[in-house]
Design a protein around this ligand. Structure first.
Ligand code: NAD
Length: 358
């Protein structure tokens, strides 16, 4: 068997461009990209032009790659609605799959994907990339080592000012995305919290979702955003642009607020872990600060010095390694289903306006 894993990249949009292609080009001793695939041919062609030493062919139909016996694995980097179909087709064709987050648009289909991976005996990893963030890894092991004592509550805020992505396109159409800011940003925050807590079991959730800021899509003012080229102001916007919830687990309780857009002129992206021995604030994607109380009752700040390696490179390296070893890594779908179950329950609570019990 060739040392390099032969792959196809399906979907050559933003996350492919800004994340996976740069990461994989740094892992060129581990990977061979036989196909760059996008339904918009020019996007795949751009990748071949940019990574001419790495990308061998350009295709617009992913089934061409699935029929190629040399291809061992695919990266599914398409909008959420296409994750399920492409991943299922790929697994059935005997390919290992890396699928971007969220797994898919709901928990039921996520479970079917996990079942199919098991049936085919193939790796199916999900792009909850923060599990490979150095700060998250440190906090997880510090919690295991008892540094925080008992973490009784976690609060997080993922709130931005004005950036509803691609208004009226795939991001804001629930049938295509599965939801708004909760499934798009919240998935990262809540997944990493469950991970750091060490496999917390869900007990109850309550949640309220709002779609207030772009009720009139045509008069909505974008102030810094992504996916603008996919917007369709004659399309649908039926997803949450603000979300607030409370989760009880057998470990800590968790509360959160998230906004793609709000009339508060500041962004907030952090997670607070409140323990009886120590507490920490993690700046999303960055470093954390740890506080504890001295014997004299004074608050002490502990600063850790460490580098944060490129988390997507760590994630892709782990996937390519797992393809060779068969190892179930921390982002294998079986380890992410609890997060998908949580997202579903939060949306259900908001729709029914009642608490959901597990
Ligand atoms: N891990 C992260 O932090 C992170 C960040 C951003 C996006 N994402 C996820 O990545 C996915 C893609 O997001 P994006 O922002 O790159 O979107 P995008 O719209 O920029 O890119 C998606 C690409 O997929 C292509 N595509 C759609 N259907 C296809 C098909 N059947 N075959 C081949 N190509 C197809 C589109 O033409 C487009 O170029 C989403 O699920 C999103 O949630 C993850």
């Amino acid at each position: 068997m060739d040392k390099k894993v032969c792959v196809a990249i399906i979907g050559c949009g933003r996350i492919a461009t800004n994340g996976h292609f740069p990461a994989l080009s740094n892992l060129s001793d581990m990977v061979r990209i036989k196909y760059a695939c996008d339904i918009i041919e020019s996007k795949a062609q751009d990748k071949k032009n940019q990574y001419s030493n790495l990308v061998e062919n350009v295709i617009t139909d992913y089934k061409v790659a699935l029929q190629d016996e040399e291809v061992e694995a695919v990266f599914v980097l398409t909008p959420n609605y296409a994750h399920y179909t492409i991943s299922m087709d790929a697994l059935k064709a005997g390919k290992h799959v890396f699928c971007e987050k969220p797994i898919t648009v709901n928990y039921k289909l996520s479970c079917e994907m996990a079942e199919e991976a098991k049936k085919q005996g193939k790796i199916l990893n999900i792009g909850v990339v923060n599990r490979y963030n150095k700060s998250v890894e440190l906090l997880e092991s510090m919690n295991k080592d008892g540094v925080f004592g008992n973490i009784y509550h976690v609060y997080c805020s993922f709130r931005s000012y004005r950036c509803i992505p691609g208004l009226g396109g795939a991001f804001t159409n629930k049938a295509e995305s599965g939801g708004g800011v909760l499934i798009d940003w919240g998935v990262h925050f809540l997944d990493l919290i469950l991970y750091i807590l060490g496999g917390a079991k869900l007990k109850t959730v309550t949640c309220d979702a709002y779609s207030e800021m772009a009720k009139d899509m045509k008069s909505y003012k974008y102030l810094g955003m992504w996916a603008e080229e996919t917007k369709n102001l004659d399309g649908v916007n039926d997803v949450d642009d603000f979300i607030s919830g409370h989760i009880r687990t057998d470990k800590a309780s968790i509360s959160f607020n998230g906004a793609w857009a709000q009339n508060i002129g500041q962004d907030e992206m952090f997670i607070d872990f409140l323990g009886d021995k120590a507490g920490a604030r993690l700046t999303y994607g960055g470093h954390f600060t740890l506080w504890s109380t001295s014997k004299e009752g004074e608050l002490q700040t502990v600063t850790y010095n460490y580098n944060i390696p490129n988390q997507m490179e760590c994630e892709d390296r782990a996937f390519l390694t797992a393809v060779r070893t068969g190892e179930k890594t921390k982002t294998h779908i079986d380890n992410i289903l609890e997060s998908a179950k949580l997202l579903d329950a939060l949306y259900e609570s908001s729709e029914k306006k009642e608490e959901i019990r597990f």
